[in-house]
Design a protein around this ligand. Sequence first.
Ligand code: 3PG
Length: 307
Amino acid sequence: MKKVLIATEKPFAKAAVEGIKKILSDAGIEAVLLEKYTDANELLQKVSDVEGLIVRSDKVTREVVEAAKNLKIVVRAGAGYDNLDLAACTEHKVTAMNTPGQNSNAVAELAIALMVYMARNTFAPGTGSELKGKTLGIHAYGNVGRLVALLGKGFGMQVYAFDPFVSKEKIEQDGVKVCQTIAQLYSTCQYVSLHIPATEQTKKSINADLLKQMPQGGTLINTARKEVIDEDSVLALLQERTDLRYAADVAPACHAAAKEKLGTRYFATEKKMGAETAEANINAGLAAAQQVVNFLQKGDKTFQVNK
Ligand code: 3PG
């Protein structure tokens, strides 16, 4: 009997785990569960005899791929796959996939929630402000970025987007204005919501030079990846420009210093919360299980990311 390991340091909701197990067992596949592990060695041991692996942000390193002698497929139940060593997967003939769009709504709702939270001074007593009428910049117009744009419009915001990989027509048909450059997006928008992936090109690309172009009271919302922020330069700028604010889903390394120095102008979740809804877990988890079955039974490679 083929085995698939569901390795989630941050577990899926119970209903999602049950759904994943059902899809696998209906296909005659044994599901093995490894949740809340604290030692990467546990993952190394558990992958040793499985054909498939389903993860969230769990790190699938070269060591993991090499320890998984029978591994044919790994699916990241989620959007960003910067936690998978794609070169190692390709070398060892392991197909790597993600489940694009499945958890996007949860992340988009959190981005808007963070905007409201920052606009209300993290709910500290006193007068805050509203999102209505403010300019919102979407930095990368993928599945999450587009949903944030639509929600922002619902709040009465004026929405702009920068994404060189998405056509002007596609953005404009949502009633969103296109910015030709990143600088134009940051200098126009009071709120910027980040949705770029963490790649060699984007890591540390959001820096003080960019943020200092934001208008008075500008707020950066990061529900993407902490690696895209040049933390030292951003923290220094936020101390200089006392009107700017920063909210992030997952605390940067400088969390303690930022909290102390920036007060209500800064907020970060301690663990990544964007996709932490039952709905997102069910959507992404079940999609991942179905993709594993389709691949193992029919060789279906839809959503492969290591081509
Ligand atoms: C993603 O890339 O899909 C999100 O960051 C969610 O990550 P998570 O599954 O670790 O919550």
